[in-house]
Design a protein around this ligand. Structure first.
Ligand code: FES
Length: 111
């Protein structure tokens, strides 16, 4: 698979990182909050890999879905309905069948 990468600032000063896949599969726009960084990703791509490529650090621990150190809020729209849920980023991939998702890294004061 061939990739082309560029990065820089968008029109509104938001950081944009673009990656285009060479297999013709539709990309998913992944927006990370609170930094407001948006990056194109491929469905099925591990979320931690996408975050790393975007320069976003998601705290991790066990890397196998047990400790919840990597818990983030995932928001997406499916069949015209907004869906939000807490997920463990270490065991989650970019979903298929959606054009955009938002990942909110909130600060959990208990961690
Ligand atoms: S790093 Fe432990 S659940 Fe993700």
């Amino acid at each position: 698979m061939r990739r082309m990468r560029s990065s820089g600032r968008g029109r509104q000063g938001k950081r944009l990182v673009k990656v285009s896949g060479g297999n013709g599969e539709m990309t998913v726009q992944v927006r990370f909050l609170p930094d407001d960084i948006t990056i194109a990703a491929e469905p099925g791509e591990p979320l931690l890999v996408v975050a790393d490529r975007a320069g976003v650090t998601i705290p991790t621990g066990c890397l196998m879905g047990s400790c919840h150190a990597c818990e983030v809020d995932l928001e997406l729209e499916s069949a015209g309905e907004a869906i939000g849920e807490s997920i463990c980023a270490c065991i989650t991939a970019v979903p298929h069948h959606t054009a955009a998702i938002t990942i909110n890294l909130y600060a959990d004061p208990t961690w």
